[in-house]
Every structure is written in structure tokens, then in C-alpha cells.
Write a protein that binds this ligand. Structure first.
Ligand code: ATP
Ligand code: MG
Length: 571
């Protein structure tokens, strides 16, 4: 490709709107442009990167026998009514009506469409298991689209769906998908971890997320340095200390005046006690009724675990009015003692405490020396808090660490979550009708590319991992008006193109400084710099973008070297 003919509108200045490095650099490098919030155009350079990623994904999907198809973006509401998600999905689902007044949505995911297809097309167990995938545009009306391609509203996803006879089929496909994902992200040159995940709105029983580790990641990844345990924060737990500290003698319960003192920090400062002697009482509103949740003062409730525990679809903290009604006191002073008509669930760590402090369900009042059993009852204990760094690993007891990650892919076993309500069945070996046992598996194409930039950049621009690089080599003639320089540059360009290396020749009549800056910014892994002075001595310069190492080499050497390098990579 010739730079002079190729649309690469690089920007010298940082665009103000960009909050993270990948967004900033991809805008600056002329790879993407924003059309509306969370909606982006891929310019030619950006599309080349995307196509590289897609190629890797396709190769690894084909390798495990998944078949590609393409489903529509626009989906009729009937299917979503059948699965029950038309009402559940909320505002992220972009809905509209056609000219006949029929309701549609733009697919945020395709379980319904594929399940509908399979129930029509698959008859017998002999056709199972089968895995289909597509690389297709999704739309999710995200509440806060941000970070460029990382959290868009319109975005490209690889979504695969497996249909098996039973759980064993599903687990086998899951395992091969897990391996395929590992190969995909390895081939993209990323540092990542597969972590246990919650199954969220899609549901199911088994799930992993693939996380690219980066400080700008939106997800907290909990992992053990000593064993293989790793989970996302929603799912993570730590070892519960069941030895307990209950040996402490129960003291007499007292009311204390705490005027205007509400938060854990305020109460512990006011009473001069550590925050782990306090118990927070959170009143939640859920679709399965209100619930009072107790966690230690220094802990935070894990709302996802809580939701799963009480089988709720919706869960949110109650407003002032509801709190007054349930507890009799204002928010900030809630406590479990004397609470009636509400289920009380407590984190295991609360079960270890004695003589602790809670709100008094009355303005400006707290209770001290409160004890479970004597002063109130807990309906259920469970692990419903967020893990803290240093907590003991649930598997081996070593301290856990918490790092940031970007979720680039997710695997789910869905079971019969869709096949049952949508009545998607096949005939099993015995000739009986049975529901498909399903799995689904997604990868965000744009998000993975952005994650690659988060992990691979320096102060001057992007440093593409070679498999994703839009061009492998950039030939940079320093003076396009010098015949000798141009003949040599064209020779190198042509020789590399001839063996299938992606080469960009910067044939613009620009100053060397401009060309160097652009080459560094767009992140081509190798630069070949052709200047008159070096040529007169028989050399060109070879730059490795990542190490910035600059070497003088002959033209033959550089062509041979690059041919060898890319031949090896292809093998
Ligand atoms: P998140 O929790 O980040 O919103 P999700 O769990 O809803 O994502 P999935 O339904 O698992 O996402 O979608 C599969 C993959 O699609 C994700 O792993 C991610 O790589 C990608 N993806 C999801 N939402 C977006 C988005 N808004 N923009 C870009 N990619 C996305
Ligand atoms: Mg997910």
C-alpha cells in the first residue's frame, strides 16, 4: 500500500474526548472516528486490524469444527417474548416498530434467533453436537458508552452457540472453546487470564471470562499467586474462617447517642472502634421482596452473589421512604435488632463477630455489644461480600490479589435456559423428544483490539503485536525526490509484497520527522529507513518499533531477514 494514496488521517494533538490510551491512540492514528456516542467508523487502517483479528478468530473456530453463519441484526419481538427476555432485558435493548406496527429489536446477542433456527432445522441426535458462530454487529444501548471501541453501543462480536444432546456434549464443546480462546488471545500477543465468572442475565451454570490484564480495565480480577484460582469480583470468594472468634463473652447491649453520625467511617471515629467491629445493615428492594443484608463495616456487599442467593432478577438499595417504613428509622441508622417482616441475610464474616455495633433503627442512635442469637436472628448466612486483596484463597488459603482486567471474551454453559421456554427439541437415541443442551461463547472484536493497544503502546504511539498489525513493515524513503532513494525503496517494497508481507511505503513528500512520527504512532512493527547518506555507503536502516533498536543493514540482508522472519511466523 502507498501511504500517499491511503487514508490515514493522523492527528498531532490528543483528542479531548478520549479518556483511555487505546481510544486516544486509535483516534490519533487515523484508525477510528466517532459518529455518535458509542458508534464508530473503522477507517481503512482500523479495518485492516479488525480483519486480522477476524482471521485469527475464524481459523481457530474452524479448527474446533465450529461452522460460520450470519444471522440478521434485526430481530422480531416474538422470539424474545418466547424466551421471556423482552421484559427482562431493559433499556439496553434497542426496540422499534416497523411500518405495520410490529415490534423489533436490534440484536444485542443471538440466543433466541439461533435457538429458533435450530428447532426448525435439527431433528435427530445424530446431527448433534453442533456449534455455529457468526461475526456480526451487535447493538446494546449502553447507559454509559465510553473508552472508544472498548464499550461501544454498536460493536462487532464473534458469537458462537453450541447445541448438544446433554450436559456432557456441552462440557466437551466448552472445553474446546476454552482452548480455542486461549489460542486466539495468545496469537493476538496478549497477556490474559481465564477467570471464573457469574452467568449474569444470560444465565446458566458454568462460565469463564477471558480478561486482558490492564490498569484501565473496568473489571476487578481476583487471583491467587500460589494456585490456579482466578475469578472476577462478582463471582470471587475467599476462604471462610469457621473457627470464629465467638469465644468472647457477650456483653450487655447498650444504646448510644450518635448525633448526625451515619457512615461507617463516622461511627468508628466517633466511638473510637475499628470499622470491623461495625455491621452495616443494607435494605434492598428486589423483585422477590425486600431483604436486609448484613456485612462487616470494612466489607462491601457483593450484589451479584446476593442476587443469585435470593434468586432475584432486580435488586437495588431502598430509598429513604422504604427504609423508614421497614426499619422505623432514617437511612444511616438501620440495624437488625427488632426488624420485623423482612428476611435477614448475613455475610459469613458477620457470623464471626460478637459484641458488635449496629444502627438503632432510630435517628441518631446506634446499639453496641450486639450479638447474633441473643439480640436478633439471621435467616441465612452466605458469602455475599466483595473479596479484599490479601483475603485467603478459597482453594489454598494463600493471599489473594486484585488486579484490573478488560473482559474480551466469555464462555457460558446455558443448559436448557433457552431450549425449554422456546421448546427447541430433537429426537434422542430412544426416539424420545429432548431439549437441546446449549452453550454460548462471545468475543468482542473491537474491544480485543483496544485491549491490545492498552497493553502495547509507548509515549509515541501504538506498538502492534505482529499478528494484529495493519502493516508489518513500513518502508520510509527520506526524500521522495531522490531517484536512488526511491529505486531502492521500491525494490524493498516490491520484494516484500511479493512474498506476502504487508508493507506500507511512505511515499509522501514529507519531512523525515513527520514520517517517523506517523510510523511510530500507527505502530508498524518494523521500519526500513532509506536515506541518501546511508545508501552511499551501501546501507539502509532497520528499526524495531518495540525495542527502538536501529541497525544498519544492506538491502539484501534486510529483505532476507524479513522474508525469513515472516516465513517462520507463518509456519
Ligand atoms: P460487559 O460486562 O463488559 O458489559 P457483557 O458481559 O455484557 O460485557 P457478553 O454478553 O459476554 O458481554 O458479550 C461477549 C463479548 O462482547 C464481551 O466479552 C466483550 O468482549 C464484548 N462486548 C460486550 N459489550 C460490549 C460493548 N459495549 N462494546 C464492545 N464490546 C463489547
Ligand atoms: Mg460477559
Amino acid at each position: 500500500m502507498r501511504y500517499s494514496r491511503f487514508l490515514i488521517p493522523t492527528l498531532r494533538e490528543d483528542p479531548g474526548e478520549a479518556e483511555v490510551v487505546s481510544h486516544r491512540l486509535m483516534l490519533r492514528a487515523g484508525m477510528t472516528r466517532k459518529l455518535a456516542a458509542g458508534i464508530y467508523t473503522y477507517l481503512p487502517l482500523g479495518l485492516r486490524i479488525m480483519n486480522k483479528m477476524i482471521r485469527i478468530v475464524r481459523e481457530e473456530m474452524e479448527r474446533i469444527g465450529a461452522q460460520e453463519l450470519l444471522m440478521p441484526a434485526v430481530q422480531p419481538d416474538e422470539l424474545w417474548q418466547e424466551s421471556g427476555r423482552w421484559d427482562l432485558y431493559g433499556k439496553e435493548l434497542l426496540r422499534f416498530k416497523d411500518r405495520h406496527g410490529r415490534e423489533f429489536c436490534i440484536g444485542p446477542t443471538h440466543e433466541e434467533v439461533i435457538t429458533d433456527l435450530m428447532r426448525r432445522e435439527i431433528r435427530s441426535y445424530r446431527q448433534l453436537p453442533i456449534t455455529l458462530y457468526q461475526i456480526q454487529t451487535k447493538f446494546r444501548d449502553e447507559i454509559r458508552p465510553r473508552f472508544g471501541l472498548m464499550r461501544g453501543r454498536e460493536f462487532l462480536m464473534k458469537d458462537a452457540y453450541s447445541f448438544g444432546r446433554d450436559e456432557e456434549d456441552a462440557r466437551e464443546t466448552y472445553k474446546s472453546m476454552h482452548d480455542a480462546y486461549t489460542r486466539i488471545f495468545n496469537r493476538c500477543g496478549l497477556k490474559f487470564r481465564a477467570v471464573e465468572a457469574d452467568t449474569g442475565l444470560i444465565g446458566g451454570t458454568f462460565s469463564h471470562e477471558f480478561m486482558v490484564m490492564a490498569d484501565t480495565g473496568e473489571e476487578a480480577v481476583v487471583s491467587c499467586g500460589s494456585c490456579e484460582y482466578a475469578a472476577n469480583m462478582e463471582r470471587a470468594e475467599s476462604k471462610v474462617n469457621d473457627g470464629g472468634t465467638k469465644s468472647e463473652k457477650e456483653e450487655e447491649r447498650n444504646r448510644v447517642d450518635t448525633p448526625g453520625v451515619k457512615s461507617v467511617e463516622e461511627v468508628s471515629a466517633f466511638l473510637g472502634v475499628r470499622s470491623d467491629k461495625l455491621v452495616k445493615t443494607l435494605i434492598y428492594k428486589t423483585d422477590t421482596g425486600p431483604v436486609a443484608v448484613l456485612v462487616r463495616g470494612d466489607h462491601e456487599a457483593n450484589e451479584v452473589r446476593l442476587k443469585n442467593l435470593i434468586s432475584a432478577n432486580e435488586l437495588m438499595l431502598s430509598d429513604q421512604e422504604a427504609i423508614e417504613k421497614i426499619t422505623g428509622g432514617p437511612s444511616g441508622f438501620s440495624g437488625p435488632v427488632g426488624l420485623r417482616g423482612i428476611r435477614i441475610v448475613a455475610d459469613h464474616a458477620v457470623g464471626q463477630l460478637s459484641n458488635f455495633i449496629v444502627g438503632g433503627n432510630e435517628k441518631d442512635v446506634h446499639l453496641v455489644n450486639v450479638n447474633i442469637g441473643r439480640d436478633f436472628k439471621v435467616d441465612q448466612f452466605s458469602y455475599i461480600r466483595k473479596v479484599l486483596a490479601g483475603d485467603p484463597c478459597p482453594k489454598c488459603g494463600s493471599p489473594l490479589s486484585i488486579d484490573r482486567g478488560i473482559e474480551v471474551g466469555q464462555l457460558f454453559i446455558l443448559g436448557k435456559k433457552y431450549s425449554e421456554p422456546m421448546s427447541a427439541k430433537f429426537l434422542n437415541k430412544k426416539g424420545e423428544e429432548a431439549f437441546f443442551f446449549m452453550g454460548c461463547y462471545g468475543i468482542g472484536i473491537g474491544r480485543t483490539i483496544a485491549a491490545a493497544v492498552e497493553q502495547n503502546h509507548d509515549k509515541d504511539g501504538i506498538v502492534w503485536p505482529i499478528p494484529l498489525a495493519p502493516f508489518h513493515v513500513q518502508v520510509i524513503p527520506l526524500n521522495v525526490n531522490n531517484e536512488k532513494v526511491m529505486i531502492t525503496s521500491e525494490l524493498i517494497y516490491g520484494s516484500l509484497l511479493g512474498v506476502g508481507i504487508d508493507v506500507l511505503i511512505d511515499d509522501r513528500d514529507e519531512r523525515p520527522g513527520v514520517k517517523f512520527k506517523d510510523a511510530d504512532l500507527i505502530g508498524t512493527p518494523y521500519h526500513v529507513i532509506v536515506g541518501e547518506k546511508n545508501l552511499n555507503e551501501g546501507f539502509v536502516e532497520f528499526k524495531d518499533r518495540r525495542t527502538r533498536e536501529l541497525k544498519k543493514v544492506t538491502v539484501e540482508e534486510i529483505i532476507d531477514h524479513l522474508k525469513g522472519l515472516f516465513n517462520r511466523r507463518r509456519r
